[in-house]
Ligand binder design. Sequence first.
Ligand code: COA
Length: 192
Amino acid sequence: MKITAAEQTQARELAFLINLAGEGIPEYLWSALAEAGESPLDVGARRAAREEGGFSYHNARVCLDDSGELMGMVIAYRQPDPYDLDALSEYPDIVRPLVQLEAEAPGSWYINAIATDARFRGQGVATALMKDTEGSAREAGCRQMSLIVASQNRGARRLYEQLGYRGTHARPVVPYPGSPHGGDWVLMLKPL
Ligand SMILES: CC(C)(COP(=O)(O)OP(=O)(O)OC[C@H]1O[C@@H](n2cnc3c(N)ncnc32)[C@H](O)[C@@H]1OP(=O)(O)O)[C@@H](O)C(=O)NCCC(=O)NCCS
């Protein structure tokens, strides 16, 4: 397998994986943005294909198998420093705890989304993508990694703990339609 920069043509696959990583929050938000005849995934694909924005394909790295099939992806970028919370009240209430946690790690390299297609799990894809994005962080001169995980997402937490990430802050999940669990959102950090 190989890890490389994502291409715009992969926007739909990226959107599908972004929604898995975001525990259904993206699909819920995209459904509110859908125009006539558009599915939530159509909206996600449209947004992933944009040149700007956190979920742009520009911020994505993909893991491909030997035949070019997309096995998994990571979306990561540097957080602003200082992190401005002035617009917090304008975010949907389900997103607000995530924004507040992001603000605890200004200037860090933030892993916004990581997911492996279900067919390729347990083969080290996510581990390889995490190491790849840590390399990008170092190249960008970042000294800290950050990510947010649901406290009840045990598989993902185990992955991050194995790689040296530690929980530092937590905020309760605000329930949303289709939310798989309650519990907390947990900010995990790792010094580089
Ligand atoms: C979490 C996820 C990204 C892991 O991807 P993966 O490519 O299967 O991960 P890896 O093969 O690199 O596994 C690395 C380690 O993660 C842990 N892990 C991954 N999935 C696990 C699971 N379901 N249960 C327990 N541990 C798990 C294990 O410790 C594993 O190491 P091991 O195999 O030596 O025990 C994948 O399950 C996924 O896409 N889940 C849905 C989206 C998601 O939850 N993303 C994270 C949101 S914060």
